[in-house]
Write a protein that binds this ligand. Structure first.
Ligand code: ZN
Ligand code: MN
Length: 268
């Protein structure tokens, strides 16, 4: 039976309790960051995008979307421009690990057994792994040993054929996609009112030496804050990526959790 909302926090506690107590409703937790995304996009791109992927997937598998993590691990220069840029507001790694571990354990104590971490900020990756590992270990101490967690980043579902279609002039790589064609196209498809393409700055993909330096050298980051140009972004490219990534995520979750497909609501 469909839930009254795809968002867990929009349910009353009795509705939530009925949905989760037997552990058969997957809980999708979006993880993002507050991070500059160039002159043309808002600071919450890494929250808005995984939340929407989670919502679309939840509607198709009968899951519930937990409140997103709206801060993430420190922006790194080679994949997010760097933590020194205005607006970028980050957590220490240990804070993120503790917070995600706490939330996973709380949900598990409510009865949830199937979790999906939907990551939208590359820098979170290893801290997610650590939080999941600690949560599973500590839940076993509580006698809860049947929790399964799928960890994914939505861009990993863009396949080679789609990359060729979307980047006819050559793919710069996901690391320098920060504020580039991928994120900007998705935002144009989902939140066009938040994108100012006329303010986008065109520049070649950022290049870095094969090592890191701390404190960062601000001059390594393009002055725009983006790591590649968003000029070739379009709503149409965003629609293609939305479909490819949502379909891929849904197939993965059906397979991992042995789920049945849900009838699609008309306006999904
Ligand atoms: Zn981003
Ligand atoms: Mn990011």
């Amino acid at each position: 039976m469909p839930h009254p909302s795809a968002f867990a926090a929009e349910l009353s506690w009795p509705d939530y309790h009925v949905a989760v107590r037997d552990g058969t409703t997957p809980i999708l937790i979006p993880l993002g960051s507050m991070e500059q995304h160039g002159h043309h996009m808002p600071l919450h791109v890494d929250v808005l995008l995984p939340t929407e992927f989670a919502r679309r997937a939840a509607l198709r598998i009968g899951g519930l979307v937990a409140p997103a993590f709206t801060y993430g691990y420190k922006s790194q220069q080679k994949c997010g421009g760097g933590n020194h840029l205005p607006g970028t507001t980050s957590l220490e790694g240990s804070t993120l690990v503790s917070a995600l571990r706490d939330v996973l354990k709380e949900f598990a104590h409510h009865g949830n057994r199937q979790f999906v971490i939907v990551n939208g900020h590359y820098e979170n990756s290893w801290f997610i792994t650590e939080a999941v590992d600690l949560a599973l270990r500590e839940l076993r101490w509580d006698g809860i040993a049947d929790v399964k967690v799928v960890v994914l980043s939505y861009w990993d579902f863009v396949d080679e054929a789609t990359i060729k279609q979307l980047y006819p002039d050559g793919f710069p790589g996901w690391a320098v996609e920060h504020g580039g064609v991928l994120e900007t196209s998705l935002m144009l498809a989902l939140y066009p009112q938040l994108v100012r393409l006329d303010r986008a700055i065109d520049h070649p993909p950022a290049t870095f030496p094969p090592y890191d330096v701390y404190p960062v050298k601000p001059e390594w980051t393009p002055p725009s804050g983006t790591l590649s140009s968003p000029k070739e972004a379009s709503r149409e490219k965003g629609e293609i990526m939305l479909k490819v990534c949502t379909d891929g995520i849904v197939e993965a979750l059906i397979s991992e959790f042995g789920l049945k497909r849900q009838a699609l609501p008309a306006a999904a």
